[in-house]
Design a protein around this ligand. Sequence first.
Ligand SMILES: *Cc1c(COP(=O)(O)O)cnc(C)c1O
Length: 361
Amino acid sequence: MTHRVFNFNPGPAALPLEVLEKAQAEMLDFKGTGMSVMEISHRSKEFEAVINTAEADLRELLGIPANYKVLFLQGGASLQFAMLPMNLRPAGASADYIVTGTWSKTAIKEAKKLGAARAAANTEAEGFKGLPTSLDLDPKAAYLHFTSNETIHGVEFFTEPTPPAGVPLVCDCSSDFVSHPIDVSKYAMLYAGAQKNAGPSGVVVAIMRDDMIERTPENLPVMLDYKTLAASGSLHNTPPCWSIYMVGLVFQWVKKMGGLAGIEKINRQKAGLVYGAIDNSGGFYRGHALADARSLMNIPFRLPSEELEDAFAKEAKGAGLIGLKGHRSVGGMRASIYNAMTVEGAQALVDFMAEFQKKHG
Ligand SMILES: *Cc1c(COP(=O)(O)O)cnc(C)c1O
């Protein structure tokens, strides 16, 4: 039997085994073409079905209203940090950003290079541990941007912030995309790099209300221009065909798991197991995020010393639990338990944590 570990990597991250097996089964002869998905034309009817099915399944999962476009983009979520203000912030206007961790901090930094952006809140002084208690909102902002799940700090919004009337809400949901139901109609735009929760790297899924696409100014380089990319159905140039195919398989798998409500239930169960292990450790394990902001996807935690943290990562790896070393900016450990992590995997981590504490605590 193939050897598989419990993969807690933050991204690229674990994919559902069923999805990998389906891709494997279809690899050499995709739908009778005698070729893999990577070898067929992006203009072929076979690929057209791949991209159209992926979009239709996502529309069904998220309940995306008809006046929104779904785009498959390249350049990672990081390119969106620049494309967004280029397209959605008119010349001379300012955009608001809620800064709750590394990713929103990076997003506003990028937006400031090309024009005006201000922080409607910034929790950095408190160590990026929680959600802002108040927002200083600009009623004339071009948009309000927030990061629904801070992948490094493990801080997640469970209700979206409310922008002033008429200010579009924009969300980087890279690391909690398709992990729970949301009301898309509250957003003007959502975008997610696939490699955290929805597929391999190489594609960003963006969901945009039609009036946002109309904001694109004239003369943007075409690959940075939402309007052209939307008008071509994400096929202006060669798209990341394989990544789109894989994302489509993940959407089908999420549907099989009971849709977003079904997957959220499992995600809550897994997070409950790991946070329970932290909370019941008598202070041996200490979570980074404040209780009301704790992410269901990324759980950074510390041990009493860096020596113990190094030992934890090493022994965990020996036990088949990999990817648990935290980001250097927070230190310690981080368990990323995206959709593809099984309850069995979360339980294996919890069991390992108890055993490790017994041995070293
Ligand atoms: C990983 C991540 C990004 C950056 O994604 P790339 O695809 O590597 O550019 C941006 N935002 C969030 C929330 C992320 O988790």
